[in-house]
Design a protein around this ligand. Structure first.
Ligand code: AMP
Length: 396
């Protein structure tokens, strides 16, 4: 696996695929600079080596049409501020105009190309378009984990035109290392905490993860499919009746593989899906009709705490309650605090995929866990055991 550390960029132009798909406010200002900051170490390394950086990214979903609202020019000023270097912008991402801008680029300079997705050839993974991109740099660096699960021209296809001169940037390397640590090389006991709304969206992850973990905590809306499958009463809780057989199959497989599964024993039940609903603590298998479980109960959290504190490697994907409502966020906050404590005691903790990252940021756990993945979909696919095309293209 070649990383950016394997190259010296002196007098070289690095063509870097970054993920600058950042949120913009009504006045086209960047409202969250995280993704730009995440790519900074890679860009700075190229410049410090004495090279220049050509940055390519997508922004939003322009669906192959030029859309001024989604021009990367809007973010150029912010990228300059974050990098501490004046960034140039070119209004094309391929062809003569882009090639001229690259040719005029001096070492130590940074050039930002226009939105790749103004061309439908980007998302279709067009060979010719990818070959055009090849003309814009000497070494291809992929640092866009957020799009690594897409076989697009700039994330995957372009790599084959740089058979020797291709590598991962620092962000990609960190993401890959974090996943490996959980899925392959993690110190035992290994724990996965899977929450979120539905079993159906997590099923492939659960099946894949059963081979890697010693403990599995199931939380959130998924709880009720498992509880009902085991004969419990779940009232009006979210439940996928057609997935109950699957839930039993998962429990059977887990037992076979020696994985201990921990399911909530009590819940905070509400008489409405609303923050101001009436609540009661009930056993997770005796929720009255008209009530629905919206958060983990106190005995459950005690159990979770005991498991989390004994594990050396922890993966967290999905909230254990409806964290968007203050009154049902306590379980998710408690789980975050237990992971914080475990991390302080030396455990490795990875948070990633979908809404768990939003929850972690909202409650300030970002600094407290070992690593927060920057890629929602890419992380989920990694946890499902898939080889991401953007990663395979650099390895191959
Ligand atoms: P996911 O994207 O699958 O990780 O699901 C995250 C969503 O699950 C969040 O929006 C939570 O509000 C929701 N969720 C968690 N627990 C429950 C629950 N007990 N009932 C309904 N939705 C839940």
């Amino acid at each position: 696996m070649k990383t950016i550390e394997d190259f010296n960029f002196e007098n070289k132009k690095a063509l870097i695929r970054v993920d600058f798909n950042v949120p913009l406010d009504d006045e086209f200002n960047v409202s969250d600079t995280n993704r730009i900051e995440a790519a900074k170490p890679t860009i700075i390394k190229v410049l410090e080596d004495g090279g220049s950086a050509v940055l390519m990214s997508h922004l939003g979903r322009p669906k192959g049409e030029r859309n001024p609202d989604l021009s990367l020019e809007h973010i150029c000023k912010t990228v300059s501020e974050v990098l501490g270097v004046q960034v140039k912008f070119v209004s094309e991402c391929s062809g003569e105009v882009a090639e001229t801008a690259v040719a005029e680029l001096e070492m130590g300079e940074v050039l930002l190309l226009e939105n790749l997705r103004f061309h439908s050839e980007e998302t279709s993974g067009d060979q010719n378009f990818a070959e055009e991109l090849t003309k814009l740099g000497d070494i291809y660096v992929n640092d866009a984990f957020g799009t690594a699960h897409r076989a697009h021209a700039s994330t995957t296809v372009v790599a084959k035109f740089f058979p020797q001169n291709k590598c991962f940037g620092y962000l990609m390397s960190k993401e890959i290392a974090a996943i490996e640590k959980v899925m392959q090389t993690g110190e035992k006991p290994v724990l996965a905490i899977l929450g979120g709304a539905k079993v159906s969206s997590k099923i492939t992850i659960i099946e894949n993860i059963l081979d890697k973990v010693d403990h599995l905590i199931i939380g959130g809306g998924m709880t009720y499919t498992f509880v009902k499958a085991k004969g419990g009463k779940v009232g009006d809780s979210i439940c996928e009746d057609d997935k109950m057989d699957l839930a039993m199959e998962i429990l059977r497989k887990a037992e076979e593989k020696g994985v201990k599964v921990h399911i909530p024993v009590d819940v905070i039940a509400a008489d409405d899906f609303a923050n101001n609903a009436n609540t009661q603590i009930t056993g997770s298998d005796e929720i009255p009709d008209g009530w629905q479980g919206l958060d983990a109960g106190p005995r459950t959290l005690e159990n979770f705490k005991e498991v989390i504190l004994q594990c050396k490697t922890i993966l967290w994907n999905g909230p254990v309650g409806v964290f968007e409502m203050e009154n049902f966020a306590k379980g998710t906050i408690a789980v975050g605090n237990f992971i914080d404590e475990a991390t302080q005691n030396g455990s490795f903790s990875l948070v990633g995929g979908g809404d768990s990252v939003a929850a972690v940021k909202q409650f300030g756990f970002e600094e407290k866990v070992s690593y927060v993945s920057t890629g929602g979909g890419a992380m989920l696919e990694s946890l499902e055991g898939k080889t991401l095309p953007g990663i395979a293209a650099i390895m191959g």
